[in-house]
Design a protein around this ligand. Structure first.
Ligand code: AMP
Ligand code: MG
Length: 368
């Protein structure tokens, strides 16, 4: 068998064509029976007053608490097991983290860096920016945080415009993550500008996970837009099930991923061409741009990545989206420890390229 045929056979095996599943599944954990357990114990044996007092003071350790609010132009959803966190403080923390990475906020360290070309940073921002450089390197520049001159020309935030070729060429000259240097708590940006849109949500989700962990929470799920992070397993020892939408239908699952491990954090991020796009003369232009060409020229329709942190999952989902079907090497071993699925356009059809151990429930990836 020729190498080409072997490659074709391998790819056919990975592309699982399964009839569209209509039934939706839950992304969030089912309510646990903590209250029910207390009630049934009450029926079986008299409760010792001290135990009851402790339960009232501490809340039930298995109780599911849920909260959602608007931040980062999306909805942030939180599920935690245990006492109710101070949700107001949690929201304030989320807004404060998010504003750090918003280049549109003139007071943010990122805006200062864009304006002045150098800035002293708080430790969190410094850590995020050096992570951004590492992730750009690891993805061969497919994820590039200095993409702002180009994203500004396409202006997807303002509804989208087709850039003039000369302006695009000039903007592209300034896109190169090596222009960003982070040393300790200071950063220098050589004639470049940062847009952290591809990692900002992931970074904030990681910070919020730290916020909860610092306050003693162990089992929780955080979600912001396409970025999900789970901590530990659910109290019954099962994994968390994450519903991933099909890129061509908001109501149909592409797949349901079962993620989570005892004592660990696992993140899953999705980038899709349906999130923000414009159409001109029947052509769809999406918001994820190839830093090498300045165009949204990928064949990807959506990419989901599972990694150990939300910032990694977020950056890698964007990078693998840029690479599309050419991202196989990076997905399958190029970046250790990740799993993922790349949905790409193959002519009129969609196809899926999955990593070896992508944890799709029942092995199902519903391509069509
Ligand atoms: P995401 O939805 O996480 O894939 O991030 C997309 C956002 O990241 C866009 O709205 C841009 O602000 C920015 N962006 C677009 N293309 C890239 C790229 N190749 N590398 C880094 N950031 C990008
Ligand atoms: Mg991203």
């Amino acid at each position: 068998m020729t190498a080409t045929r072997r490659a074709q056979r391998g790819r056919r095996r990975r592309v699982l064509l399964i009839a569209r599943v209509r039934a939706a599944a839950l992304a969030l954990p089912a309510r646990t029976g903590c209250g029910d357990r207390l009630r049934s114990r009450w029926l079986r044996a008299p409760l010792v007053a001290a135990v009851l007092a402790m339960a009232v003071l501490n809340g039930c350790s298995d109780s599911l608490r849920q909260h959602e609010f608007a931040a980062m132009s999306t909805v942030v959803r939180v599920s935690v097991y245990g006492r109710n966190p101070d949700w107001q403080a949690f929201e304030s923390a989320a807004h404060a983290y998010a504003s750090r990475y918003d280049h549109r906020d003139p007071a943010s360290p990122v805006a200062r860096l864009n304006r002045d070309g150098a800035a002293d940073l708080d430790p969190l921002t410094a850590a995020t920016l050096s992570r951004a450089v590492q992730l750009a390197e690891a993805t061969g520049g497919a994820f590039d945080p200095t993409v702002l001159p180009v994203t500004r020309l396409w202006d997807f935030d303002g509804g989208g415009t087709l850039p003039e070729p000369a302006a695009l060429r000039a903007a592209l000259d300034r896109v190169d993550y090596r222009r960003l240097q982070v040393t300790g708590a200071s950063a220098v940006l050589h004639d470049a500008e940062l847009d952290l849109g591809a990692i900002g949500k992931g970074a904030v989700v990681d910070h919020l996970a730290d916020w909860l962990a610092d306050r003693g929470y162990r089992r929780f799920l955080l979600e912001a837009g396409g970025d999900v992070l789970v901590s530990d397993l659910k109290p019954d020892g099962t994994q968390w099930r994450i519903w991933i939408r099909h890129p061509r239908s908001a109501d149909a699952p592409l797949t349901i991923a079962a993620i989570g491990a005892a004592g660990q954090r696992v993140a899953l991020a999705t980038s899709g061409d349906y999130e923000r796009f414009m159409e001109r003369d029947g052509v769809r232009y999406h918001h994820i741009l190839n830093p090498a060409t300045g165009h949204p020229d990928s064949d990807a329709a959506s990419v989901s990545v599972i990694a150990g942190s939300a910032i990694e999952a977020d950056a890698l989902a964007t990078a693998l989206f840029v690479l599309g079907s050419g991202g196989e090497e990076l997905l399958r071993g190029g970046y250790p420890g990740i799993e993922g699925v790349i949905m790409y356009r193959a002519g009129e059809e969609l196809a899926a390229l999955t990593s070896e151990q992508f944890p799709a429930l029942h092995g199902r990836v519903n391509v069509n």
